[in-house]
Design a protein around this ligand. Sequence first.
Ligand code: C2E
Ligand code: CA
Ligand code: CA
Ligand code: CA
Length: 277
Amino acid sequence: AKSNGRGRAEVFDMALRTELEARAKLEADIRAGLADGQFELHYQPVMSVATGSLRSYEALIRWNHPERGLVPPAGFIPPAEESLLICEIGRWVLGTATRQLAGWIWDDPETHRGVTVSVNISARHLASPSLVDEVRQALHESGLEAARLVLEITETALMDEPTADAHLRDLRALGVTVSLDDFGTGYTSIGQLQKLQVDTLKIDQSFLHADDTPTQALVELMVTAAHAFSLDVVAEGVETREQLDRLADIGCELAQGYYLGRPKPARDTVVQAESLS
Ligand code: C2E
Ligand code: CA
Ligand code: CA
Ligand code: CA
């Protein structure tokens, strides 16, 4: 029995070591990829439901891995969130997205009048003491006005990070807008919305995709409650004309989804914007 126990311990040791090695390799690959220009942002439009005009671009990261090809965020963001590496990625995204929108505004101010760029900020990065300075620096270096930047955060970030509230207050004092992503999937009740340091709610796409009557009633309830607290609402994951019509009926003002536009590389984004306006 004794030798058996040791056998199991060795197997466990091996598995743990393999996992640690895989993680260390991924981290080294991400660092090298950042230095080597392997990451890029794709942009997906957020549109006005009533007028069909462009309101924002959500920046969504992609990794052009030399061997694995185009890696979606699900393949590297969750492991990066386990370490401070997510802050390095976040810093790169902030710098790139602000520079990109500033460039588009410079090239075509008419098409981009009032258009913002939305950047996803992970919980750990929101908790980082340097985030506020990084945002200030990205705005300064790009020349983008603070009002043109939207930070998308999740409920988990607000619940788990004690410093989140103070950082959000500082960020909003800069003039940056804050959006609560994936709303409805976490534990935030509608009553808590009043106290949160956010400007916009993004209703998670799972609510759009379930088309049973109770879920539709929930979406309407979320929109009504958000408006009562003076929050804007974005419906995520709009894939059909019917879904868009329903959002118009219940007074949801903003929408995002494949029906309106897929995430596209930067070089194709402006072409899409011009066809919309
Ligand atoms: P998210 O922030 O909720 O982003 C929306 C995701 O839904 C994107 O997936 C987008 O491509 C997808 N989507 C948009 N419209 C539709 C639709 O109509 N139908 C369906 N089925 N999907 C739609 P993506 O780009 O794979 O990103 C997945 C997640 O990865 C994001 O979810 C976000 O949590 C994270 N992520 C992406 N980019 C970044 C980043 O730069 N930083 C951080 N921290 N996280 C990021
Ligand atoms: Ca135009
Ligand atoms: Ca998002
Ligand atoms: Ca979302």
